[in-house]
Design a protein around this ligand. Structure first.
Ligand code: SF4
Ligand code: SF4
Length: 253
């Protein structure tokens, strides 16, 4: 195996659920740290106080714009990282933090939170609240194969990561109408209800196994689209699924 990739983890405003999901990989996390990842910075796992220059940074949480340190941290993360990954709903689209208006017990003056893509360019999204442990692990393995693997591994990693990169490019611009045209009307909806659960203004109801939108209520925040596991569905990934899965399993042995 070639050298490890260097990785950082910036932790902003969130519930730490993404850190817990990462840790829920148990042995898989140890294999990652042992073989592939040189963890340069992570407040909860590495005793390093300053953001480091790295190949890949994972960012958990949204940015409180009343907090100068948080704004500085996300900008510094971008400056020092070749690739920035928004990990989880708060980093991707703000999630519940976006609707805070201050008064919370530990930081009552903090009133306005933004998804990180509103401040810096983001390269990869891993949506979900929290994302599954397997998804975080798979992205880490694929990032390694993309940067250090063979030509065949790089091609597989590109296939796997492209839908997540496209999601990052789209950011929070998609609303329920996009979910309707790109997922529901395409027969891709599996009726999981994640979109309705994510909508902060209850503009989505879930009847007869399918989501229904109330357009007059929609504030176009992008939460439903980002949270939908089928919004980044790709036939390219599905057709290569076995090879991708084999590459991940082989890497983790
Ligand atoms: S307000 Fe609700 S329906 Fe509209 S984009 Fe946000 S989550 Fe989707
Ligand atoms: S989150 Fe996506 S798959 Fe789940 S119910 Fe909504 S549209 Fe369907």
């Amino acid at each position: 195996m070639a050298d490890k990739i260097t990785v950082g983890y910036t932790h902003l405003s969130g519930c730490t659920g993404c850190t817990v999901a990462l840790a829920d990989n148990y042995g898989g996390l140890l294999t990652l740290l042992d073989k592939y990842v040189d963890l340069k910075y992570m407040p909860t796992l590495a005793d390093v106080r300053h953001i480091q220059k790295v190949d890949v940074s994972f960012v958990e949480g949204s940015v409180c714009i009343n907090d100068k340190l948080a704004v500085q941290e996300i900008k510094e993360t971008r400056e020092k990282s070749a690739v920035v990954v928004a990990l989880g709903g708060c980093a991707c689209y703000g999630n519940i933090t976006r609707f805070s208006r201050g008064g919370q017990q530990n930081q009552p003056a903090h009133e306005a939170y933004l998804p990180i893509g509103d401040i810096i360019k983001v390269d990869v999204y891993i949506p979900g609240c929290a994302p599954s442990p397997q998804m975080i692990r798979n992205v880490a393995v694929m990032a390694y194969l993309l940067l250090k693997g063979t030509k065949e591994q790089k091609d597989l990693a590109t296939k796997f990561l492209t839908p997540l990169m496209l999601a990052a490019q789209r950011g929070t611009t998609a609303c329920f109408c996009d979910l309707m045209t790109e997922v529901i009307n395409q027969g891709l909806c599996m009726g999981c209800g994640s979109c309705a659960a994510a909508c902060p203004v209850r503009a989505i109801t879930h009847e007869y196994g399918k989501p229904q939108g109330v357009r007059d209520l929609c504030i176009k925040c992008g939460a439903c689209y980002n949270q939908c596991p089928r919004s980044w569905f790709s036939f390219d990934v599905v057709s290569s699924y076995e090879a991708i899965n084999e590459a991940i399993m082989a890497a983790l042995q």
